[in-house]
Design a protein around this ligand. Structure first.
Ligand code: NAP
Length: 244
């Protein structure tokens, strides 16, 4: 059997990086994309994959990235994140634009471009990393929750649109995962970011990667639709059991 190919967006850190490692260990040739090329280049060297520069908010960058890829069996729409925590009254339009461009339109651009190749593979899989923010609204989170809801609805729409095509769709909606996510959300404020995970046992990137790997290794007739995964210490977006 020829080597199966996977594409992971946002593979320069966190869930994307861990997912690329897991899929490579399962025998996939993995294309890893992100804006921080030095990081994906190093990762590709370690896992025997291919590194490409990718900015999911930029049409030309997405075109160059997707044109460089031949066959695709698995697409992991992972690139994304949050910017800030603000009430609707105090919403920062630039933060909203960043979140919608990256999570929603980024997922749309990559999915649109690679869908014909996923169908042509005869056994395609699209995994989209949404969030429990795609299932709930929470105070001061509307920019992120609305973007994640939109990203999730885009992904879920494909389940019907692609019915009859050889493409599976898996949505993974994690709770708190300790990655660079909060560092990005709080603009590099490491102290504030660390507080998010203080006193709890959060999930780690490898926990999510393992789930992607499980979905990607099911037989072609098995579609894992939606997987919600949270730390035991988390019941909902703002509900944590914190130890002092
Ligand atoms: P992370 O460590 O900050 O990783 C985010 C990744 O997205 C980075 O590799 C980053 O790469 C990439 N990215 C951001 N903007 C991009 C752009 N314009 N073009 C290409 N890549 C871009 O955070 P993470 O937790 O692993 O996040 C991965 C996904 O999981 C995101 O969609 C996030 O919303 C979701 N998620 C995270 C959590 C959590 O608690 N951590 C929970 C639920 C869902 P560059 O900066 O190098 O481009």
């Amino acid at each position: 059997m020829s080597t199966r190919t996977a594409v992971v967006t946002g593979a320069s850190s966190g869930i994307g990086e861990a997912t690329a490692r897991t899929l490579a260990a399962q025998g996939f040739h993995v294309y890893v994309g992100a804006r921080r090329f030095d990081r994906v280049k190093q990762l590709a060297e370690e896992i025997g994959g291919t590194a490409l520069e990718l900015d999911v908010t930029d049409e030309d960058s997405v075109r160059a990235f997707t044109d460089a890829i031949g066959e695709v069996n698995v697409l992991v729409n992972n690139a994304g994140g949050a910017k800030g925590l603000a009430s609707v009254l105090d919403a920062d339009l630039d933060d909203w634009r960043w979140m919608w461009e990256t999570n929603v339109l980024g997922t749309l651009r990559l999915t649109k471009a690679l869908l014909p190749k996923l169908i042509a593979s005869g056994d395609g899989l699209i995994v989209t990393i949404t969030s429990i923010a795609a299932l709930h609204a929470y105070p001061n989170g509307s920019g992120y929750t609305s973007a994640k809801h939109a990203q999730a609805v885009l992904h879920r729409t494909l389940r019907d649109e692609l019915l009859g095509q050889p493409v599976r769709l898996t949505e993974i909606a994690p709770g708190a995962v300790e990655t660079e996510f909060s560092l990005v959300r709080f603009d590099g404020d490491a102290e504030r970011a660390a507080k998010v995970y203080e006193g709890i046992d959060p999930l780690y990137a490898a926990d999510i990667a393992e789930i992607v790997g499980f979905a990607a290794s099911r037989p072609a007739h098995v579609n894992l639709d939606t997987i919600v995964v949270k730390p035991r210490d988390q019941a909902g977006p703002g509900s944590f059991a914190r130890r002092s």
